[in-house]
Design a binder for this molecule. Structure first.
Ligand SMILES: N[C@@H](CCC(=O)N[C@@H](CS)C(=O)NCC(=O)O)C(=O)O
Length: 239
């Protein structure tokens, strides 16, 4: 089962998670939930998806995850896992066939450190888009973000690899990708022109089957985030 339309407050609770399946509570346009969708997809994990209306959440969802955030996973045994990096690490451990993390403790630690650095990038997406909406001068924020992109570029140059964890896609690439898929929302002028390796990375990522399977186009994101900015998020946009 995959519900596309979102469940809002008052919607009946979905059936229990089927025995051979894992469930993802999601929102179709959420970059954090996309991390989990990428991992589910890359590993070919059988799952169902319940989309949540995040403005008007069902009580049964809040009972599962009191933070009320997506992504949230639920197993047939009723175990609930949330916070995107935690959901992805859980999937890596439970479904180890196609590995996305290195096996050495140092390799794993390196990916976590990269993610920690990257977690300083994501707030700019909210600050810049909100700043623009309220007519603020966001040029300082833009410059800071470009500086962060330059650091990521330098990282790829030093490593001499196509991806952040080597020459094939690994977990860290999937953790970062959703924010690059949405880069046009920032309305920056040629955002990756000064960072050619990072730009090449985005081109390589676009070839990845899990990326292709989970992505939306820039026009869809723009239209969805316009509904958010107008205070009436249309979680079912395009359905
Ligand atoms: N730190 C969380 C962030 C997840 C998050 O912010 N998800 C948003 C949707 S993009 C959400 O669920 N928002 C609902 C709310 O804030 O009430 C993670 O990495 O999973």
């Amino acid at each position: 089962m995959s519900t596309e339309k979102s469940f809002a407050k008052g919607s009946p609770a979905p059936a229990p998670v089927p025995k051979d399946c894992i469930r993802l509570y999601s929102m179709r346009f959420c970059p954090f939930a996309q991390r989990t969708r990428l991992v589910l997809n890359a590993k070919g994990i059988k799952h169902d998806t319940i989309n949540i209306n995040l403005k008007d959440k069902p009580d049964w969802f809040l009972e599962k995850n009191p933070l009320g955030l997506v992504p949230t996973l639920e197993t047939p045994a009723g175990e609930v896992i949330y916070e995107s990096p935690i959901t992805c690490e859980y999937l890596e451990e439970v479904y180890p066939e196609k590995k996305l993390l290195p096996s050495s403790p140092f390799g794993k630690a390196q990916q976590k450190m990269m993610l920690e650095h990257f977690s300083k990038v994501t707030p700019y997406y909210y600050k810049i888009t909100a700043g623009r909406r309220s007519g603020e001068d966001v040029s300082g924020l833009e410059a800071e973000l470009k500086e962060k992109f330059a650091k990521l570029n330098e990282d790829l140059v030093k490593k001499k690899t196509k991806f952040f964890g080597g020459d094939s896609v690994t977990m860290i690439d999937y953790m970062m990708w959703p924010f690059f898929e949405r880069i046009e929302l920032l309305e920056l002028k040629n955002p990756l022109n000064d960072t050619p390796e990072l730009k090449k990375w985005t081109e390589c990522m676009l070839e990845d089957p899990a990326v292709k399977a989970t992505m939306f186009g820039a026009d869809t994101y723009k239209a969805f985030y316009k509904t958010v900015a107008d205070g009436k998020p249309d979680y079912d946009f395009g359905l």
